[in-house]
Design a protein around this ligand. Structure first.
Ligand SMILES: [Ca+2]
Length: 360
């Protein structure tokens, strides 16, 4: 028995700068500036130019993003274009010259529209049954080289609880570079090709797929990059484990070991008991903030265990990396029990560090 609820938005990323424009025939002021229309009609300004007001001119506006009356995101276009492309008009945009066109599709559909919502059969009700629900995404433009999927609502069955493998419900992306199958709770998450998880902003929060401190299990068979865009004038990045308000002892970084007990941080790629040979988060040349010299010259890469630190420690630490671009790599194998039990994956807060900071 599975209760599925999938709600995904697609965004196309252009390789080159480009803008598609549409033409809209209407009545406007002589130079087509949309924002002046009402004033011109009711309060003609006194400039000489207004004498040459023509009755019919062409108004152009870009097919930009817009917020529909329902709160969903859409694309600004003409009524004819919206209905012709299979969308539904949902409020106005471009100062009333355009309609905010929403694209919502379900199982078995094909789309080439930026910002398409993909929902399960019967949405907003959950789907309870056996079957597959598929969408084919076509490039909206030859220059598109990346597709971003945002999981607005995403709750499907989680992994089995012995080896944390997604063997019931699965979310699969095919057709590009290999992307691991995911399952479970992923609301608010997203995927991008190359950097499967991509974050922007000076600070933010990173979570592994299906992370949930109360019940979400770390998924097996994962192998992907997590990128944070380096903001202007920032040269380093610090990571700290998220606050876990559910458990007495934080499970916000539990990658290996039996997380029903306290587990120290493990580091490095060796095969020893305190190394990370199976499941790990790679933080390039990671060091703990505040570590005394001369040890600061040494850094590690893989971090695992049940405590987040760049040293073998039972104490969580703030971990610094200055390798650019800012990219983590998360890897898990296909085995958990009996050594690894109840691991949640990770939730980390990040803060980029300005170049003027001596620490970076
Ligand atoms: Ca494992």
């Amino acid at each position: 028995m599975k209760a599925n609820l999938v709600f995904v938005v697609l965004y196309f990323g252009l390789c080159k700068a480009g803008e598609n424009r549409v033409n809209y025939r209407g009545i406007t002021n002589w130079n087509g500036r949309l924002q002046d229309l009402k004033e011109q009609r009711f309060w003609p300004p006194l400039q000489k130019e207004s004498r040459f007001l023509s009755l019919f001119t062409v108004v152009t506006f870009p097919n930009g993003g817009c917020a529909g009356a329902s709160g969903d995101n859409g694309t600004c276009m003409t009524a004819r274009e919206c209905s012709g492309r299979g969308g539904s008009a949902n409020g106005y945009c471009a100062n009333g010259f355009g309609l905010c066109c929403i694209f919502m599709t379900s199982c078995g559909s094909t789309t080439a529209e930026n910002g398409t919502y993909f929902v399960n059969t019967g949405y907003p009700s959950s789907y309870d049954g056996t079957g597959s629900c598929e969408i084919t995404v076509m490039k909206s433009h030859p220059d598109v080289c990346q597709i971003r999927l945002d999981f607005n609502r995403f709750t499907i069955a989680g992994p089995e609880q012995i080896n944390n493998v997604c063997n019931q419900d699965q979310f699969i992306v095919s057709g590009g570079n290999p992307i691991p199958t995911i399952c479970g709770l992923n609301q608010g998450n997203h995927t991008d090709e190359g950097c499967l998880q991509y974050y922007t902003g000076v600070s933010g929060q990173l979570r592994s797929f299906n992370y949930d401190p109360s019940s979400g299990l770390q998924l097996s068979n994962q192998d992907y990059g997590i990128c944070i865009r380096m903001e202007r004038n920032f040269c380093g990045i610090q990571y700290t484990v998220c606050t876990d308000t559910i458990n007495n002892r934080s499970r916000a970084f539990t990658l290996s070991g039996n997380s029903n007990n306290a587990v120290n941080a493990m580091i490095g790629s060796g095969a020893g008991p305190n190394n990370c040979a199976n499941d790990w988060l790679l933080v390039p040349c990671a060091t703990n903030v505040g570590r005394l010299q001369p040890a600061q010259a040494l850094c590690t890469d893989r971090i695992c265990g049940g405590t987040f630190s760049a040293d073998l420690s039972m104490q969580s630490a703030t971990v610094l990396s200055t390798i650019k671009p800012f990219r983590l790599w998360f890897h898990t194998d296909n085995v958990e029990a009996p050594v690894d039990v109840g691991n949640r994956g990770f939730c980390l807060n990040y803060v980029q560090q300005p170049c003027t900071n001596n620490a970076v």
